[in-house]
Structure formats: C-alpha cells, structure tokens
Design a protein around this ligand. Structure first.
Ligand code: NAP
Length: 296
C-alpha cells in the first residue's frame, strides 16, 4: 500500500503512541483522521502536528460509545468516500494490588476499552476497509502474549485482542483486508501507567496479603523490567506506519528485536505467519485444507 492519498483512522490520539502515529502517518503521506474522546483535549496533538508541518483531521470518537464510533465512521465515509486503514490504538492500563476485591470490576473496565473498543471500531470500519482492500491494525502489547504479574485485567484484555485479531485475520484476508497486531514492549514517553497518586506506601496499604509480592515486583520493575530496552512512542509509530505501508506485513509485528526475543520465549511462531498459513487452509475449501489439525 503506498501512503499517498490513503486515509487512515487512528483511535486515542490525544497522547502517546496514538499522537506520534497520527503525526508520523501524516508525514508519510496519509490523510489522517486523528480521533479522540474529547477534541478539546487535542492541544498536544495539534502542537505536534504544527511542529511537524502536517495537517490532521481531528474528530471525536470514544471507543466505548458505539454511537460515537458509528457517527465518526459515517462522517469519514461522507468526507472521503473511503477508508484505507484503521489503527486501534486507544487503551488504558491497570494497576491493581487488591486483586481479590476488585478483579471483576477491573477486568470489565479494562476489557471495555482495550477489547470491546477494538471490536466496536473494527466492526464499524470493516465494510469501508473491505471496499478498498484496506488494512486493520491494532496496537497490542507483549502482555497480550506473555502474562504479567499484577496486570491481570490488562493482560486478559490484550490476550483477547490477539485472539480476536488472529481469528479475524484469515477471513478478512480472503476478503481483501490485511489484519495485523503491532506489539510494543515498554514505551517510556506516554501517559500510560502514570499514576500520580500511587506510591509504595499506598500500594503497601492496599495490597494486603500481596504486599510482599507486590513490593518484590516493583523492585524488579525498577531494577530490571524493560530498563534500557524501552522505546519511544516515535520509534513505535515508525513501526506502525511501516506495517501500514508494507506490501505484505506479517500478522504480528514486534516493535524491536528485544520484543521479538521476549515473545519467542512463548511463541515459536513469532510473527504469526505459520498459524495464519494454517488457518487459511481451513477456509480455502477442500483443496489445500490441512486435515486433522483443525481447532479442538
Ligand atoms: P497513553 O499516552 O495513555 O495513550 C492512550 C490513549 O488512549 C489516550 O489518547 C487516551 O485518551 C486514549 N483513550 C483511553 N480511553 C479511550 C476511549 N474510551 N476512547 C478513545 N480513546 C481512549 O498511552 P500509550 O502508551 O500511548 O498507549 C497506546 C496504546 O499502546 C494502548 O493500546 C496501550 O495498551 C499500548 N501499549 C502501550 C505500552 C507502553 O508501555 N506505553 C506498551 C505496550 C502497548 P484520553 O486522553 O481521552 O484519555
């Protein structure tokens, strides 16, 4: 896909990876529909666009509000008559030392944005994407492949995104739409995971029987974690835009070698091409179908 005059809709562009992707995609020649929950909160986005000398079409879209999703997609169809790509980027973190008490509530809140938000936008956009052989991309996470202590709700939601996207990909491909998940590790210059009211003492007080394990976990995060292997939002945005413009991107796109190595500990099939090739045989009719290895 060449970037020139192609239209991409990106969710969650008020900050972080979404903001950087909107500006980078516009710089690469895309017409960018940069969406956010509250267009009044677009100061940083507009500033970054001005600095880069690019123009964005800023529109409201709350991924948890299906009416706002439908209204935005309708507006895009009316203005451009087409949509070549969607980047499901909007997301929230979770940080929950009190998992016994609030797991269900935390899970629902997190899945609402991180999973159902992806589903709502993808479903609404698919007719437009099918019409022009477009591309559907979600920003996943290493925690969508490898679970992370004290991030149960977030990991569950991101695992759900991987399952949704991986299941959709072979069918979408048969109908001309390429589907992929870009997988960052730790991205240091976003608002993600910024909890100004939380510190070691509040965590200790809230974590009850988990106080020791949570403290050990925090020590590991601070002492080791992703440390020097973290990336910037601009580095991740470059990877997203490459996945939007590559002729034939793989299903799963790790944003760095370090991320790929981490995923490989869990997945022999790091970029997802073996599973994609296998699943394609299940919907390709009798010819070429790989017998006896279907889903259990
Ligand atoms: P961020 O700076 O907090 O950006 C998240 C964006 O999502 C914000 O613009 C936020 O907008 C938006 N958002 C939240 N709820 C929304 C909703 N209901 N509807 C529409 N937009 C909504 O964090 P980020 O790091 O750039 O995160 C972007 C994506 O990267 C997320 O999917 C995250 O899971 C993923 N990721 C991040 C990291 C990391 O280390 N930072 C690592 C792996 C994956 P508001 O201003 O309206 O809140």
């Amino acid at each position: 896909m060449t970037a020139r005059r192609r239209t991409v809709l990106i969710t969650g562009t008020s900050s972080g990876i979404g903001l950087a992707t909107a500006v980078t995609a516009a710089g690469a020649g895309f017409t960018v529909v940069a969406t956010l929950r509250d267009p009044d909160g677009a100061h940083a986005l507009r500033e970054a666009a001005d600095e880069a000398g690019v123009t964005l079409d800023v529109r409201r879209l709350d991924v948890t509000d299906e009416e706002s999703v439908a209204t935005c997609l309708k507006g895009v169809r009316e203005t451009y008559g087409r949509l070549d790509a969607v980047v499901n980027n909007a997301g929230i973190s979770n940080f929950d030392p009190t998992m016994e008490m609030s797991t269900t509530r935390a899970l629902r809140a997190n899945l609402e944005v991180n999973f159902f938000g992806v589903v709502a936008v993808s479903r609404a956009a698919m007719p437009l994407l099918r019409a022009c052989g477009g591309r559907l991309l979600s920003v996943g996470s290493v925690h969508g492949v490898v679970g992370q202590p004290f991030n149960e709700a977030y990991a569950a939601a991101k695992f759900a995104v991987e399952g949704f996207m991986e299941s959709l990909a072979p069918v979408a491909a048969e109908h001309g739409v390429k589907v992929c998940v870009v997988v960052p590790g730790f991205v240091r210059d976003t608002r993600f995971g910024y909890f100004p009211d939380i510190n070691r003492e509040t965590i200790r007080a809230a974590s009850g029987p988990y106080a020791r394990t949570f403290t050990d976990y925090l020590d590991w995060v601070v002492g080791h974690g992703w440390g020097g292997a973290s990336q910037t939002r601009w580095e991740v945005a470059e990877v997203v835009v490459r996945a939007l413009t590559a002729e034939d991107p793989p299903f799963r796109v790790p944003t760095s070698d370090r991320v790929a190595e981490y995923l490989a500990r869990k997945l022999a099939d790091t970029d997802g091409s073996a599973i994609q090739a296998l699943a394609r045989t299940w919907i390709a009719g009798a010819e070429g179908a790989e017998r006896g290895v279907g889903p259990a």
